[in-house]
Ligand binder design. Structure first.
Ligand SMILES: [Zn+2]
Length: 310
């Protein structure tokens, strides 16, 4: 027996690589069945090198897949942050800087009985105006003018001509005010009478209105916070229904993206003097952010599944 053992042990490396004849293999198998010492020796040569065996490449493939997912994850997150940063910088650069009133910032010219022509000075790079009837006296109306510039315009934009515009009249006297948007009083700069022969009269300082910042952003923020709260409640209630839970997460990410975007654009401020612009910036940013969050959410689930079923 001793003699047979040493022959078998010499052959084991060849046997485990399938490099022996069928007769030799049968002889070795027969011996291994009856000899525990040689069987142990055979197991030892088999165990230490499973990775070299091509049938056992699954862990490597799995590692490869995990690394790929990690790579995609890093690329996606980087892209999201680059886009967020770019949009926030753009929003800051193009945010209106309202110009306080000074004589000559806007001059008015009568345009027959059709209305008035506004001429802004060179510090103004954009403006807006609003014509509305007096809520208590329909025989008169108002025109509020606001004018601003932006950091972007100050740095990059060179204008050859000053801005001007025609404000259509409403066939009744119109009181024209300048809105400084800094919570100081609006300045009544002129009074326009379409049927008077003469030019526009200088403003009789009768009105003491302040155009207040609009608060709608605060309401939208409250709606977003409520929607997020509802989704969190749904998430807690549907503890055992995985599919509903995933959908609650996907839906809840939008209000979360909106809230983050609100704070990026407006800070902790609810009030804005340029509602449409701030609101559209928040929507744009939140949609981009939502795309990124959804992607991250999907990748997170993919990794989790991979982790439990490698
Ligand atoms: Zn033996």
């Amino acid at each position: 027996m001793k003699n047979e053992c040493s022959i078998v042990r010499d052959l084991i490396p060849l046997y485990s690589e399938d490099m022996v004849s069928a007769d030799t293999a049968a002889f070795i198998e027969e011996h291994l069945k009856g000899c525990e010492a040689c069987m142990n020796e055979y197991q030892k040569t088999k165990d230490p090198k499973p990775i070299q065996n091509s049938n056992d490449a699954a862990p490597l493939k799995n590692l490869n897949r995990k690394m790929k997912i990690k790579k995609i994850n890093i690329i996606a997150m980087t892209a999201v942050f680059v886009v967020l940063f770019a949009v926030s910088v753009f929003v800051k650069l193009s945010a209106p800087i309202y110009i306080p009133y000074s004589e000559g910032i806007v001059t008015l010219e009568k345009y027959g009985d059709k209305g008035i022509i506004l001429n802004f000075d060179e510090s103004v790079t954009d403006f807006d105006y609003r014509v509305y009837d007096d809520p208590y006296d329909s025989s008169i109306c108002y025109c509020d003018i606001e004018a601003w510039t932006t950091i972007w315009d100050r740095w990059f934009s060179k204008r050859n001509e000053n801005l001007s515009a025609v404000v259509e009249g409403r066939s009744k006297p119109m009181f024209i005010s300048y809105v400084p948007n800094d919570e100081t009083e609006n300045i009544c700069i002129a009074e326009y009478d379409p049927y008077a022969e003469d030019q526009i009269e200088a403003g009789a300082d009768t009105e003491h209105a302040i155009t207040l910042p609009r608060l709608a952003l605060g309401y939208y923020l409250i709606i977003a916070v409520s929607a997020l709260a509802i989704m969190i409640i749904v998430w807690f209630v549907t503890r055992k229904k995985k599919q509903i839970r995933i959908w609650a997460e996907r839906l809840g990410l939008y209000p979360a993206a909106y809230i983050i975007s609100h704070f990026i654009i407006s800070g902790i401020c609810w009030a804005t003097n340029s509602l449409t612009r701030d609101f559209s910036s928040i929507i744009l940013l939140s949609v981009l952010l939502y795309g990124g969050l959804l992607l991250a959410h999907n990748i997170w689930y993919l990794r989790k599944e991979n982790f439990y079923n490698p």
